[in-house]
Design a protein around this ligand. Structure first.
Ligand SMILES: N[C@@H](CCC(=O)N[C@@H](CS)C(=O)NCC(=O)O)C(=O)O
Length: 211
């Protein structure tokens, strides 16, 4: 499989973790999201993904899949072991809810595109943009911190989709200097996950395009 990725992209980071957990080999195709206004805006990438975002995964069928959660569900369907969601329907819904707090409520507000729009179109100062970023991460993390009961992973003794979404968001928050001391449970989950090779190999600094 071929993964169009950017080392710092937290959505691509999610897919890298899932591929590694499943033991699926893949080739990384780096797409620089910052250089020259973003290589994701080039016509050749737009032809591949009209949304002009990473990740995009070329499946063995040749189909191009986009949206990290859709890609991860596909990987879970074609390689059911190890499962990325608990078996019990209530536990599954809870794991998905944690993942959605990150993927639907935190990340879309703080992604390169919206932050760039705040700066260039809304003419906001960097300090206001940083405050925006910190605010939405902090309120999202407060909810996550209240909801998780690490044992040692977000939903118990097995890694789930929740961990796959939380760890890249914690990386992102740290990079943008959000104070994390209020979130000891999330930091514990992070420590447990990063001790696993699948997470470690997916880290931004371990990517071929890391700077
Ligand atoms: N909901 C999408 C988000 C994808 C996304 O926004 N990726 C970011 C990087 S984390 C991106 O490519 N941004 C480029 C841009 O907005 O110009 C997913 O889960 O895959």
């Amino acid at each position: 499989m071929k993964l169009y990725s950017y080392y710092r992209s937290s959505a691509a980071y999610r897919v890298r973790i899932a591929l590694n957990l499943k033991g699926i080999g893949y080739e990384t195709v780096p797409v620089h999201l910052i250089r020259d206004g973003g290589h994701n805006r080039r016509p050749e990438f737009r032809a591949l993904n009209p949304q002009m975002r990473v990740p995009a995964l070329v499946a063995p069928t040749g189909d191009v899949l986009i949206q990290s959660l859709a890609i991860i569900e596909y990987l879970d369907e074609i390689h059911p072991e190890p499962p990325l969601l608990p078996k019990d329907p209530i536990a599954r819904a809870k794991a998905r809810a944690l993942a959605d707090i990150v993927a639907c409520d935190i990340h879309p507000l703080n992604n390169v595109g919206p932050l760039r729009y705040l700066k260039h179109e809304m003419h906001q100062e960097q300090s206001a943009i940083d405050a925006w970023y910190h605010h939405w991460v902090t309120v999202g993390f407060e909810a996550l911190e209240a909801l998780v009961h690490p044992q040692p992973y977000a939903c118990g003794k097995d890694v789930t989709l929740a961990d796959i979404c939380v760890i890249p968001q914690v990386y992102n928050a740290r990079r943008l200097k959000v104070p994390l001391d209020k979130f000891p449970k999330l930091l514990g989950i992070e420590a447990a996950c990063l001790a696993l090779a699948a997470f470690d190999r997916a880290r931004p600094e371990n990517q071929p395009d890391a700077e």
